[in-house]
Design a protein around this ligand. Structure first.
Ligand SMILES: Nc1ncnc2c1ncn2[C@@H]1O[C@H](COP(=O)(O)OP(=O)(O)OP(=O)(O)O)[C@@H](O)[C@H]1O
Length: 295
């Protein structure tokens, strides 16, 4: 019999993960899986559960939670061989990974897609020793956006980031040095983003050219943030033209590093990451993710 592990974070999003578990168990059981359920109690649990699943030859791991739980799950999967397939039931407040893969944001619909026969080989990013699935952000605005509360994200969706971002106008941009593919960008920036997928912070058109298997980091440097350009940058973010904004530098890369003479923090897949310096690279088409059948 095939083996599946369900990894569930009971605190994700609206904290309604436990009520979906029975449904996931039933769907997977009907599809011929023997199912083990593991509930996380703290940071790092999802990674450890996932490593155990790999070591015991599981065929499928399902992450039920937000992008943070997903990040921990892929950190358990990434260095194992062989690796189970990954299923995702998005229950967080943002769910960028599910948005990028057209996995339904409605949990009941997402659960039905777990038996889909369609699988996509998805790029992962490496940041120093860890792996990420969606985005790395750094700079003062990234720090401010990290402090957006789950309550606000649930209430206002992606607009919660605008609400918090406006406050950042008071903070000075930080000095960053970014090396990529033999080039260097040096200057002050309130925000540097490296995205693997089109959806960042729930903004599905932030990086419209990014596909989950293109082998590229899509990078944006905001050069300046003023009252006036916050509005125009916000509009470009919504309509999918951020890379063309006059105060934005855009490039793609397979490897890059970011340094600063100041102490600067990062945000990785929506959770606090390590401080600078960071080295980023792509692991192309690394994880097999179950995605909905094509229409
Ligand atoms: N039982 C638990 N209690 C508290 N925190 C937990 C528990 N289990 C896991 N965590 C931590 O919660 C973090 C956030 O979880 P997750 O991303 O799934 O939810 P979210 O923050 O509501 O969603 P989103 O990232 O979409 O906003 C994870 O990175 C994990 O370390």
């Amino acid at each position: 019999m095939k083996q599946a592990m369900i990894i569930i974070n009971p605190t994700s999003g609206k904290e309604d993960a436990p009520q979906h578990v029975r449904n996931v168990e039933e769907v997977l059981h009907d599809a011929g899986y023997n199912v083990t359920v593991k509930e996380t109690a703290k940071e790092g649990d999802a990674t450890h559960f996932c490593i155990t699943a790999c070591e015991n030859g599981y065929d499928l791991v399902v992450s039920i939670g937000g992008d943070g739980t997903l990040n921990e799950t892929i950190n358990g999967l990434s260095d194992q061989d062989p690796r189970p397939k990954l299923g995702v039931v998005p229950l967080g407040t943002v769910n960028d990974f599910a948005r990028a893969l057209q996995i339904p944001l409605n949990p009941a619909e997402a659960i039905q897609t777990l038996t889909s026969t369609r699988v996509k080989n998805v790029d992962m990013g490496r940041l120093n020793g860890r792996v990420f699935a969606n985005v790395v952000a750094t700079g003062s605005l990234a720090e401010t956006l990290s402090s957006v509360s789950s309550d606000d994200k649930s209430k206002f969706g992606a607009l919660a980031y605008f609400k918090e971002g406006i406050k950042d106008l008071r903070n000075p941009a930080q000095p960053l040095v970014i090396h990529h593919d033999g080039e260097t960008w040096e200057g002050h920036s309130p925000l540097f983003l490296a995205a693997l997928t089109n959806s960042v912070g729930g903004f599905e058109k932030l990086a419209p050219d990014a596909t989950v298997d293109d082998g590229l980091l899509h990078c944006f440097i905001i050069k300046d943030l003023t009252v006036l350009n916050t509005i125009t940058i916000g509009i470009s973010l919504l309509v999918g033209s951020l890379k063309d904004h006059k105060d934005v530098v855009y490039f793609t890369a397979k490897n890059l590093s970011v340094h600063s003479v100041e102490s600067v923090r990062t945000n990785v897949d929506g959770e606090e990451g390590p401080p600078l310096p960071i080295e980023l690279s792509i692991i192309p088409r690394h994880i097999q993710v179950i995605v909905p059948e094509e229409d």
